[in-house]
Design a protein around this ligand. Structure first.
Ligand code: CO8
Length: 257
């Protein structure tokens, strides 16, 4: 891997992926995105991993898709490269993913953070969809996920003016889970990941899938989907262990089976 660093057991059951193009503010070129896709697939298949953190560095989570790589492209070049199939595969990761964001999360960087399941941000984080300033618009889910997260008025303003919002504003509008001091943003993500990693990995996958389904369907269909996944939990040893542990007043030991 040239542009990301992967630590499968950064903490027990928690993997860490660090975007690693610091000089380019972690601009998301095609190779970085392919590496990220491959790493997530591997971690998704690794039974020891129960939660995944994606981070950048203190200055930037990611300042967007690589503008230099895109500048000379035609519509047909973009169509043929089909970079969104990479994004689609990332979105299909079954295990919970937490974005640990400090500094810039712009354009594709903001979209990548929103593709994750939760976001912990440093007080220095800035979120934005500034594509309009370079004559384009969000292309990796920004118009959809941002609008669902913060509502039409604020999303329109960000997408049409390219203005950034601070971590505090992002928290106020429900885009992110929490804001922490800059030196603690990775710790904050690890704490959240550790909380998730203590739970049944089977139930966590099914629950993530069900919450995400609420974005894609109407209530009746969503409830039906939830119910099927709820029943499926009862096929797991973790359900027996979790409920027995409650009855026996002890801590459950989940095995992901
Ligand atoms: N692409 C390529 N290089 C970048 C990018 C980027 N998105 N952002 C920063 N860089 C590079 C700069 O060119 C510079 O390189 P060099 O030293 O060689 O000149 C280096 O990173 C440092 O950047 P700056 O000197 O500009 O640092 P500043 O602190 O002055 O400014 C900013 C920081 C405000 C973040 C500024 O760099 C900036 O505005 N960057 C571009 C932000 C942007 O427009 N992002 C959206 C890109 S388009 C997009 O994301 C579309 C997504 C949809 C499709 C997704 C498919 C993958």
């Amino acid at each position: 891997m040239e542009f990301i660093l992967v630590t499968p057991q950064a903490q027990p059951h928690v993997a860490l992926i660090q975007l690693n193009r610091p000089k380019e503010l972690n601009a998301l070129n095609l190779q970085l995105m392919a590496e990220l896709r491959d790493a997530l697939k591997e971690l998704d298949e690794n039974d020891e991993v129960r939660a995944i953190i994606i981070t950048g560095n203190e200055r930037a989570f990611a300042a967007g898709a690589d503008i230099k790589q895109m500048a000379g492209k035609t519509a047909i070049d973009m169509l043929n490269v089909d970079q969104f199939s990479t994004w689609d595969q990332i979105r299909k990761t079954k295990k919970p993913i937490i974005a640990a964001v400090s500094g810039f999360a712009l354009g594709g960087g903001c979209e990548l953070a929103m593709t994750c399941d939760m976001i912990v941000a440093s007080e220095t984080a800035q979120f934005g969809q500034p594509e309009i300033k370079i004559g384009v618009m969000p292309g990796a889910g920004g118009t959809q996920r941002l609008t669902k997260a913060i509502g039409k008025a604020k999303a329109m303003e960000m997408v049409l003016t390219g203005k950034f919002i601070s971590a505090d504003e992002a928290e106020k509008h429900g885009l992110i889970n929490r804001v922490v001091p800059v030196e603690l943003y990775l710790d904050g993500a690890f704490k959240l990941a550790a909380d998730v990693a203590q739970m049944s990995p089977v139930a966590a996958k099914l629950a993530k899938e069900s919450v995400n389904r609420s974005f894609e369907t109407h209530l009746d269909e969503g409830l039906h989907f939830e119910r099927k996944n709820f029943y499926l939990c009862f096929a797991s040893e973790d359900q027996t262990e979790g409920m027995n542990a409650f009855v026996e007043k002890r801590k459950p030991e989940f095995k992901g089976r």
